[in-house]
Design a protein around this ligand. Structure first.
Ligand code: SF4
Ligand code: FES
Length: 234
């Protein structure tokens, strides 16, 4: 069958303003949206720019807006959409467009760095590795599934009005270390998160959780950070 893709196009170096280009291609119901973008680029317009790598929901490169909803292009099939003949494809909101569907994720990773996304342990280095029980690992398990696709932060209404808010993805990473029993910097981490640009910036809108392609309960994890802040009397 044939499907029409109406795709956001913008090259800031040459275009005075963004526009939409239309491509009609032959598709199968089982084609991924990413397959269709690849087909458009290889058969119709080699100038179309988008990011993708693994094609299996692992690398987090191809988050975009498909028919008004944020999703990974490699995780959505033609048959997933009721209106299988028409698709509108746009870049992630919130971030500056570099070209077409590619956005500048530097600010996203800058927020990620702010929460010190690495294990901190000041205790003596053990002879072997620092061990963690399966039960303790389960506590942080949801956050380990994050592929840093930026969908949650792009969807977050607070990130849109407060550019200093670290955003849901960074808070999820902070949760991962606050609740990791091998990390010894918990109190300092919680003190850093105890601000309106940190955990309290989250107003529990749930949009992050709704769009997360890995099914991570992002809002719940942020709520657990807030609880830990209170439990530590900060
Ligand atoms: S929490 Fe989900 S939506 Fe947010 S960056 Fe990680 S995988 Fe993507
Ligand atoms: S291409 Fe890697 S997540 Fe979609």
């Amino acid at each position: 069958m044939k499907s029409t893709f109406i795709i956001f196009r913008f090259d800031p170096d040459v275009d005075p303003k963004p526009h939409y280009a239309e491509y009609t291609i032959e598709v199968e119901p089982t084609d991924k949206i990413l397959d269709c973008l690849n087909k458009i680029r290889s058969e119709h317009d080699s100038t179309l720019a988008f990011r993708a790598s693994c094609a299996h929901g692992i690398c987090g490169s191809d988050a975009m807006v498909i028919n008004g909803r944020i999703a990974l292009a490699c995780q959505k099939l033609i048959r997933d959409f009721k209106t299988g003949n028409n698709f509108v494809i746009e870049p992630l909101p919130l971030f500056r467009v570099l070209k077409d569907l590619i956005v500048d994720l530097d600010p996203f990773f800058e927020m990620h760095r702010r929460v010190r996304p690495f294990l901190i342990n000041q205790e003596e280095v053990p002879e072997k590795e620092r061990q963690q029980s399966p039960d303790q690992q389960k506590v942080i398990d949801p956050a380990l599934r994050c592929i840093l696709c930026a969908s949650c932060t792009a969807a977050c209404p607070i990130s849109r009005v407060n550019p200093e808010y670290v955003g849901p993805a960074a808070l999820l990473r902070a949760f991962r270390y606050v609740y990791d029993d091998r990390d010894t910097d918990t109190v300092a981490r919680l003190a850093e998160l105890n601000t309106e640009d940190g955990a309290w910036g989250c107003k529990t809108m749930w949009w992050c959780t709704e769009v997360c392609p890995k099914g991570i309960p992002v809002t719940r994890c942020i709520g657990q950070i807030k609880r830990a802040i209170k439990e530590h009397g900060l």
